[in-house]
Write a protein that binds this ligand. Structure first.
Ligand SMILES: [Zn+2]
Length: 522
C-alpha cells in the first residue's frame, strides 16, 4: 500500500517534471503562395528600394508581423546612388607614355562619396592581395602604402588543399575582399586583373556591372575608409603592362603562389581622375521579433527588394522578382507564424529581418551588420532564405551553399534525416555563392550563418536561363509548394534547435570567419 502510494507520487512527479512534448508545428504552403502572389504583384512595381513598391511591400510585411503579435519595427537604411565617370588611365615610366582606354582595357570607379577623386601612384603587383593568418599567408611583406596595387582574382590555388579551401573559393577570392584589404594596407588604388576562368564571368559582365548608377550605404565618413581608386583591368592589358615592366604574366602568377612572395614594383606610374555624381535615397529593413527569455538571438533574413522597373523584355518592364525574393520573404513570414505557435516558446529570441537592397550589393543586411539592433556577439546564428523551391521536386536533397563552414550544417543534417532527406555539399563552391546573399553580411562579422537550396540542377538551369533577374520572374498559380514547405519546416527546426540548445553554433576550424567570432566573444 505504502509502496504503491510512493510509486504514484513518483509517477506524478515524473509527469509533472517532464516538459510537455511540443506539438509538431507545420507550415502552410497555400499561405506561402498567397504571400508570393501579393508581393510579386504588378502594383508592387518590382519592389525597388525607395518609392511606391517599397512602401507597399514593407507595409505588407510589417502588418503581417504585427498580426502575429511580433514586436515590429523599421530600421532606416540611408543609401547613396553614385554615378562614377573615369578618365583614361595615363601610364608613365618604363616603356614611355601610354593611355589605357576605359571600358575596353580597364574600368575604374571610386566609392569615396566625393565629387572628384584623383589617383596617381606607382603600380605594384601584389599577387592575390591576401592576408590570411589562418593559412599563414601574407602578400604584403613590403608596404604598398600610397601605391596602386594590381592583384589577381580568386584565391591562391595551392597544392595543399587544406589552404584556401582547395577548389572552393574562400572569401579571399572575392573582388570585394581585394578592395577591403587594399584599404587596410593604405593603398591609393587597387586594380584587379580579370581572367574569365577564375572570376567565373566574362569581361562584359565586369564592364556592365560598373557602368550606370551604383548604390552604396550613405556613410558618415563619406567612404573615407575605402581604397580611393577601385577597378579592373583585362588580362591582355595586364600582360602587356607586365611585359613593358620587364615582367612576364605567367611567371608573376607562379611567383604569387610561393609563400615567400613579395610585392613587385612595376616602375610605372598610373593616373586616373574620377568624377562622381551623387544622390541620396532612403530605404528600410523590417524587423519582427518573437521575444524569448534570454537576451540572445537567432536571426532569420530574407531580402524583400528586387530590381523594380527596368528595360522592357517581351512587352514587360516590371521585374516582379517572384522567386527572387518574394518567395523567400513569403517562406519567412510563414516560418514566423510557425514560431508563434510553438509551445513551449523558444528560449532565445527569434528575429525575422526583412532586408532591403540585396540586389544593390547586400546593402540592407550590411547596414544591419554595421548597426545591429541586437548585439552580434549575442546573436547565435543567422539563417538566410533567398529564393524558394516552387517546383515540388528536390531528389530528397538539401544543398548547403558554402558547405563546411559552420556546425549549423550538422544540425540541418539531423533535421533533414528526420524528413528522410540528405544534405549535399555546395555544387559550385568555386563560384563563391556563399558571399553573394545576405547571410554573408552577418558571417563577415563572425555570426555563424546558414544558406541552403533544394532546387534540382535542371530546375535551376531553367530558372537561370529564362527568369533570373528578368521581368519573367513572375508568380505562377501552378507552382507546387510541397518542397518549399519541407524546406521551411527544416529551417524552422534548425532555428528552434539553435534557439533552445545549450551550445552555440560555431565556425568549423580553419574557416576564415572563426577568428572574427572568437574575437567578438571575448
Ligand atoms: Zn535574391
Amino acid at each position: 500500500m505504502r509502496s504503491a502510494a510512493a510509486f504514484t507520487i513518483l509517477l506524478w512527479l515524473a509527469v509533472a517534471c517532464t516538459p510537455a512534448k511540443p506539438t509538431p508545428v507545420t507550415v502552410d504552403g497555400d499561405a506561402i503562395k498567397r504571400h508570393i502572389q501579393k508581393l510579386a504583384g504588378d502594383d508592387m512595381e518590382g519592389r525597388a528600394p525607395g518609392g511606391k513598391g517599397e512602401e507597399l511591400a514593407t507595409t505588407y510585411i510589417a502588418d503581417f508581423y504585427r498580426s502575429l503579435g511580433l514586436k515590429t519595427s523599421f530600421q532606416t537604411v540611408p543609401l547613396v546612388g553614385l554615378v562614377s565617370t573615369a578618365s583614361s588611365m595615363k601610364l608613365t615610366g618604363r616603356g614611355g607614355n601610354r593611355e589605357l582606354k576605359f571600358g575596353d582595357e580597364f574600368v575604374a570607379w571610386s566609392k569615396r562619396q566625393e565629387d572628384a577623386v584623383s589617383a596617381k601612384a606607382e603600380l605594384v603587383f601584389a599577387g592575390y592581395g591576401v592576408v590570411a593568418p589562418e593559412y599563414e599567408w601574407n602578400d604584403f611583406k613590403d608596404s604598398v602604402k600610397g601605391k596602386i596595387i594590381v592583384v589577381l582574382i580568386n584565391d591562391p590555388q595551392l597544392p595543399d588543399q587544406r589552404k584556401f579551401g582547395g577548389k572552393a573559393m574562400t572569401y579571399y577570392g572575392r573582388w570585394t575582399y581585394k578592395f577591403e584589404e587594399a584599404a587596410r594596407q593604405g593603398a591609393a588604388g587597387a586594380i584587379i586583373i580579370h581572367e574569365t576562368e577564375f572570376a567565373g564571368y566574362p569581361w562584359e559582365v565586369v564592364r556592365g556591372s560598373w557602368s550606370g548608377e551604383q548604390f552604396d550605404l550613405a556613410r558618415p565618413d563619406k567612404g573615407a575608409s575605402t581604397v580611393p581608386l577601385q577597378g579592373w583591368i583585362t588580362r591582355d592589358t595586364a600582360s602587356t603592362l607586365f611585359k613593358v615592366a620587364g615582367q612576364d604574366f605567367d611567371d608573376l602568377k607562379k611567383r604569387a603562389l610561393q609563400p615567400d612572395f613579395k610585392p613587385v614594383p612595376l616602375g610605372i606610374t598610373a593616373s586616373v581622375d574620377i568624377h562622381n555624381r551623387m544622390r541620396t535615397a532612403e530605404s528600410k529593413n523590417v524587423i519582427g521579433v518573437l521575444e524569448g527569455q534570454t537576451p540572445e538571438y537567432v536571426i532569420y533574413t530574407a531580402h524583400w527588394d528586387h530590381l523594380g522597373i527596368g528595360e522592357e523584355q517581351n512587352g514587360d518592364k516590371i521585374y516582379n522578382g517572384a522567386v527572387d525574393n518574394a518567395a523567400g520573404t513569403a517562406v519567412m513570414l510563414e516560418m514566423a507564424r510557425a514560431f508563434t505557435k510553438t509551445e513551449p516558446r523558444p528560449k532565445r529570441s527569434i528575429v525575422f529581418l526583412s532586408v532591403t537592397a540585396e540586389e544593390q550589393g547586400l546593402l540592407g543586411s550590411l547596414y544591419y551588420s554595421e548597426n545591429p539592433v541586437f548585439p552580434l556577439n549575442k546573436t547565435v546564428a543567422n539563417i538566410n532564405i533567398d529564393g524558394a523551391n516552387v517546383y515540388g521536386r528536390d531528389n530528397n536533397q538539401i544543398q548547403v551553399i558554402g558547405s563546411g563552414y559552420t556546425s549549423l550544417e550538422d544540425t540541418l543534417q539531423r533535421v533533414a534525416a528526420e524528413q528522410g532527406r540528405t544534405i549535399v555539399p555546395d555544387r559550385e563552391p568555386e563560384k563563391g555563392y556563399y558571399f553573394r546573399s545576405d547571410q554573408f553580411s552577418l558571417a563577415k562579422k563572425g555570426v555563424p550563418a546558414l544558406y541552403t537550396e533544394s532546387t534540382t540542377i535542371e530546375d535551376n538551369q531553367e530558372y537561370t536561363a529564362n527568369r533570373y533577374h528578368k521581368p519573367s520572374d513572375q508568380f505562377n498559380p501552378n507552382w507546387d509548394m510541397r518542397v518549399a514547405v519541407r524546406d521551411a519546416e527544416a529551417l524552422y527546426k534548425v532555428g528552434l534547435d539553435v534557439a533552445n540548445a545549450d551550445k552555440w553554433p560555431e565556425w568549423k576550424p580553419g574557416t576564415e570567419f572563426r577568428a572574427i567570432r572568437e574575437q567578438s566573444l571575448k
